[in-house]
Design a protein around this ligand. Structure first.
Ligand code: NDP
Ligand code: HEM
Length: 497
């Protein structure tokens, strides 16, 4: 007798032969009753699920968040109290490429974190950039369409990208980061992460603070140039998976210093910019980052599909002491992600092991496809509605966040009015040394290949408003790379209404 386990059907019956189909005679045909064959083929046809509509290509690992600082005066969240250690999952990703895209493409990187706290899952679904391309969620599907394939050519379109960006000057800050060195990190370990949005903290006294989250790489920043990235893609399209998975297998556990910036409600009334605008950072000099702990990744998933592909992150997942803010983009994301998960993974996506909270879960949702609860989530078969007098799970008023004063007439407010799209990109541009600026100019020029002059000029006009050297540098790089000449075109900066 072999000590290997017996192979079975999914119904548990032993399989006598996994090499030879059941046929009528050695030459066939195949018997319909060979259910094992049918099941194998049918199961295979269902192995793929829809890829994420954005951030399809990703790499992930488990780890721990350890809190060393004391921010208990700002938040009651248990996972952020001094000494707390919280198991977590991280998934990094590119935004535009499909599931099979090469890892070393110039793109923003997703930096999605799921903390399995004692009070429920807290997801911080951020990027490796502190800002984003747009500030109004109504523009998100259009923006993403410009990053994906053209409907006719089925190719990505530089024209669509620059047409949209040049008509959306709020994108300048993020475009500058994307085209700078940080737009192509060597791997997930050598980049920062940011919650990007303004979130809120609230404490036991019911006081609210606005907060931004930062994850500073302890491996140092490392980037590739376009040329280095292209050379690497020629050798491997999976460089990030190899680096992250391989590093953790070797016991090299990457770490990020976790920091928060805190703003009081009163301060938020008096900033020169809208503190809930996702295209803006809070300057460090005004809102100094506070060290609160370390995040370490130290365990690979055993089954990439089950644990990383099926991971479902959502900004809607908050815990007592941490909440949202009026940021319009964040508000839209609170809806969008859980909706995406129901489509991509099914009604019970939160019951997939990687998404399951590590604390008791009691709710009154019932039934639905793939319900594997084995009983009601209320823990009581008579408690299938609420309110009830059968001692079913009951609300807990202590998790109610403090009220937020909101005022204003309902309208579609022009998000461009009173908004300065140029100062913060300028502050970033001024951080770059000459070599960094040179690479910024070349990267932009390279990305503008084939774009009509009218669009190029419209974008150059925006660069000029950031800094005359920015426009001049990109123009010179366009001439060098593409023989570009402005000839008769003269454009003014434009923003689509
Ligand atoms: P500071 O000089 O105090 O902060 C600069 C920040 O920029 C640091 O967080 C640093 O991150 C980051 N940084 C440094 N070099 C680069 C680079 N080449 N590309 C992207 N980021 C870089 O200035 P301010 O807070 O006044 O911000 C000035 C500009 O810096 C902003 O307009 C914004 O573009 C950028 N920035 C600001 C952040 C913020 O939260 N205030 C966060 C990230 C960028 P690190 O320490 O990891 O090197
Ligand atoms: C993924 C929507 C803006 C970071 C996704 C997904 C959707 C989505 C539908 C796929 C989810 C899935 O299938 O699992 C939106 C909308 C936005 C927006 C509607 C704006 C209105 C942002 C911003 C950030 C961000 C501003 C970062 C600050 C991410 C990340 C992922 C993702 C990291 C991948 C998560 C993972 O690893 O599974 N987004 N997004 N998105 N988004 Fe957004």
């Amino acid at each position: 007798m072999s000590d290997r386990p017996t192979m079975t059907t999914t119904a548990g019956a032993p399989i006598p032969d996994n090499q030879n189909t059941m046929t009528a005679g050695p030459r066939g045909g195949v018997m319909l009753q060979d259910y094992q064959l049918i099941e194998k083929l049918a199961h295979q046809n269902r192995e793929r699920i829809p890829e994420r509509v954005v951030h399809a290509k990703g790499w992930g690992a488990y780890g721990t968040l350890k809190i060393t600082g004391d921010i208990s005066k700002y938040t009651k969240a248990k996972c952020l109290q001094p000494g707390a250690e919280t198991p977590m999952l991280a998934r990094f990703s590119t935004v535009a490429g499909e599931l099979g895209a090469a890892d070393h493409e110039r793109d923003v990187r997703g930096f999605a974190l799921k903390f399995y706290t004692p009070e429920g899952n807290w997801d911080l679904v951020g990027n490796n950039t502190p800002v984003f391309f747009i500030r109004d969620p109504l523009k998100f599907p259009d923006f993403i369409h410009t990053q994906k394939r053209h409907p006719r050519t089925n190719l990505r379109s530089a024209t669509a990208m620059w047409d949209f960006w040049s008509l959306s000057p709020e994108s300048l800050h993020q475009v500058t980061i994307l085209m700078s060195d940080r737009g192509l990190p060597v791997d997930p370990m050598h980049m920062n992460g940011y919650g990007s949005h303004t979130y809120s903290f609230w404490n036991d006294a019911g006081e609210r603070y606005w907060v931004k989250f930062h994850f500073k790489t302890q491996q140092s920043h490392k980037h590739f140039t376009n040329e280095e990235g292209e050379a690497l893609i020629g050798k491997t399209r999976e460089g990030y998976q190899e680096a992250l998975f391989g590093g953790i297998e070797r016991g090299e556990f990457p770490r990020w210093k976790v920091q928060v910036q805190i703003m009081t409600e009163e301060q938020a009334e008096n900033t020169s910019y809208n503190p809930f605008d996702l295209t803006k950072v809070w300057p460090h000099a005004e809102f100094p980052p506070i060290d609160i702990g370390i995040m370490e990744l130290n365990r690979n998933a055993d089954n990439y599909f089950a644990e990383i592909e099926q991971a479902a992150f959502s900004p809607s997942n908050i815990v007592p002491g941490i909440s949202h803010s009026p940021d319009k983009m964040l508000q839209a994301r609170v809806f969008s992600y859980a909706d995406a998960h129901r489509y991509r993974l099914g009604t019970h996506y939160e019951n997939i092991p990687v998404n399951q909270p590590r604390c008791p879960v009691h709710h009154y949702h019932r039934d639905g496809q793939m319900n594997t609860y084995g009983g009601l989530r209320t823990g009581n078969p008579d408690a299938y509605y609420e309110p009830n007098s059968v001692n079913g799970p009951f609300e807990d008023a202590s998790s109610k966040e403090p009220p937020l004063k909101i005022s204003g007439d309902m309208a579609r407010y022009n998000h461009r009015e009173g908004n300065d799209d140029y100062s913060q990109p300028r502050a970033l541009f001024n951080l770059f040394d000459d070599a960094q600026k040179g690479r910024l100019f070349s990267n932009i020029a390279a990305a503008m290949g084939g774009v009509p002059g009218e669009i190029v000029e419209r974008q150059l006009a925006h660069f000029k408003l950031v800094h005359p050297d920015y426009e001049a540098g990109v123009r010179a790089a366009l001439e060098r790379l593409h023989g570009y000449k402005a000839d008769t075109i003269s454009a003014q900066p434009t923003a689509a209404e």
